[in-house]
Design a protein around this ligand. Structure first.
Ligand SMILES: [Zn+2]
Length: 168
């Protein structure tokens, strides 16, 4: 049975929406508090930032989509409900409050959702986990072909110089 087959994208996203590690479903994931995280998942040891340049930009993109989408949704519904006599100033103020509050409320979910997207397109290899990671949490069921593809994808993401990526 392949780990990748079991870890479908909806399943990764469902775990992310529960603020869990998308890989192992660990409740604490990387989080130390709402806004602070450790480098590695506290259950499976998988690093959040998987060594790619600009990895954080993915989480920022998720935040922009969620916040921008919420403001657009609010404005669309407000205009539709009150048309043609909508009040511009209260709508703009409420929209501004949403734009300020949403990034705070959704911060950890932007981290877990980005990780879920990344794990789907870029499956982890065994060497991304800690030596004492329990074997059932390792991507041990990957076939050799899947593992080779995952390693290739990692090489593609690595910086062109290739320095500092491989401690071996
Ligand atoms: Zn984990």
């Amino acid at each position: 049975m392949s780990t990748l087959t079991r870890l479908t994208f909806p399943r990764l996203v469902a775990r992310a929406l529960l603020r869990r590690c998308p890989w192992c479903a660990g409740k604490k994931a990387w989080f130390r508090s709402w806004f602070r995280r450790y480098d590695r998942c506290r259950t499976c040891g998988l690093r959040w930032n998987r060594g790619q340049d600009g990895f954080e930009l993915g989480a920022m993109t998720v935040a922009v989509v969620i916040t921008g989408g919420s403001v657009m949704l609010f404005l669309s519904i407000s205009i539709a409900v009150s048309y043609p006599d909508f009040e511009v100033v209260p709508m703009a103020l409420i929209g501004a409050v949403i734009a300020l509050v949403m990034p705070v409320l959704t911060y950890p979910f932007t981290q877990t959702l980005w990780s879920a997207f990344d794990l789907r397109v870029h499956p982890p290899t065994r060497d991304e986990f800690l030596p004492d990671t329990p074997v059932e949490l390792l991507p041990a069921a990957l076939t050799e072909a899947e593992e080779a593809r995952a390693v290739k994808a990692t090489d593609m993401w690595a910086s062109p110089s290739g320095q500092g990526e491989n401690p071996s």
